[in-house]
Design a protein around this ligand. Structure first.
Ligand SMILES: NC(=O)c1ccc[n+]([C@@H]2O[C@H](COP(=O)([O-])OP(=O)(O)OC[C@H]3O[C@@H](n4cnc5c(N)ncnc54)[C@H](O)[C@@H]3O)[C@@H](O)[C@H]2O)c1
Length: 250
């Protein structure tokens, strides 16, 4: 087990990629704190992990709200006594190109995708330091590495900010044995994508741009997160790790 005895807080873990990360971390021995706005889904995810023999708790968290973060860390300390891994996974994408985007929507994306991880890291550092170090993982995107015609300017702005926040945190807190890395998935296969792929032209376009010839799965991303969280990545710090089948290698 790669995370035995570790405690991990994962945001946006009620569904999607975050939920797969929570399941994998728990299967590898971590106690997982599933944090999300969606209480019903989050509780369900935690109880499924428990049924499978893992340890999981659900905590309501709005990542844009500092008081909500403080309450989550207080609950975590009360329950688990320590923090070893923070995964800033919660993210949103309002798909409006720059010409059409309402500024309120841009603000919403900045709040969830950038301010959220910022506040989380701000309050996690002291806890990680107290435990002798740890791993912070920020869920960026290929859109935090390169421009892409299928995405929006707002999304690239938020994910690019996360890429560089990661590097600065990694450099500053390495002295405390805190590593900070980011993950950059290409499109992940979800029901939403399946809907889009009813259009064969769109499907061919998306598959065609990926050298490995398929989309990412949430488990592909979860395995990368496990690697970065574990001691296997003990000397990886400030790294931007693409999980994209080679898309950004062109
Ligand atoms: N799905 C993809 O193709 C893809 C590709 C690259 C990167 N990503 C990134 O991966 C992460 C997860 O994506 P996903 O596809 O699993 O998304 P998802 O929409 O399935 O899940 C996101 C979760 O975040 C939660 N959330 C949203 N706002 C929140 C807030 N303010 N506070 C707390 N929780 C909040 C939602 O309730 C949801 O459970 C995101 O950061 C996304 O940008 C996704």
């Amino acid at each position: 087990m790669k995370l035995k005895g570790k405690v991990a807080l994962i945001t946006g873990a009620a569904q999607g990629i975050g939920e797969r990360i929570a399941r994998l971390f728990a299967a590898e021995g971590a106690v997982v704190f599933i944090c999300d706005l969606q209480a019903e889904e989050g509780r369900k995810a935690a109880s499924e992990i428990e049924k499978a023999g893992g340890r999981a708790y659900f905590q309501t968290l709005n990542v844009t709200d500092e008081e909500s973060w403080k309450a989550a860390f207080e609950a975590l300390v009360k329950t688990c006594g320590r923090l070893d891994i923070l995964v800033n996974n919660a993210g949103i994408n309002i798909r409006e190109p720059i010409e059409e985007m309402k500024v309120e929507n841009f603000d919403k994306m900045l709040a969830v995708n950038v301010k959220g991880p910022f506040i989380g890291i701000k309050h996690a550092i002291a806890l990680l330091r107290k435990g002798g170090g740890g791993s912070i993982i920020n869920m960026s995107s290929i859109c935090g590495l390169v421009g892409h015609k299928f995405t929006t300017e707002a999304y690239t702005i938020t994910k690019g900010a996360l890429t560089l926040m990661t590097k600065t945190v990694g450099v500053r807190y390495a002295k405390d044995n805190i590593r900070c890395n980011s993950i950059h998935p290409s499109t992940v296969y979800t029901p939403l994508v399946e809907e889009m792929f009813k259009d064969p032209e769109k499907k061919a376009q998306r598959f065609g741009e990926i050298p490995l010839g398929r989309l990412a799965t949430a488990d592909d991303v979860a395995r990368a997160a496990l690697f970065l969280a574990s001691d296997d990545a003990a000397f990886l710090n400030g790294v931007a790790l693409p999980v994209d089948g080679g898309l950004t290698a062109y």
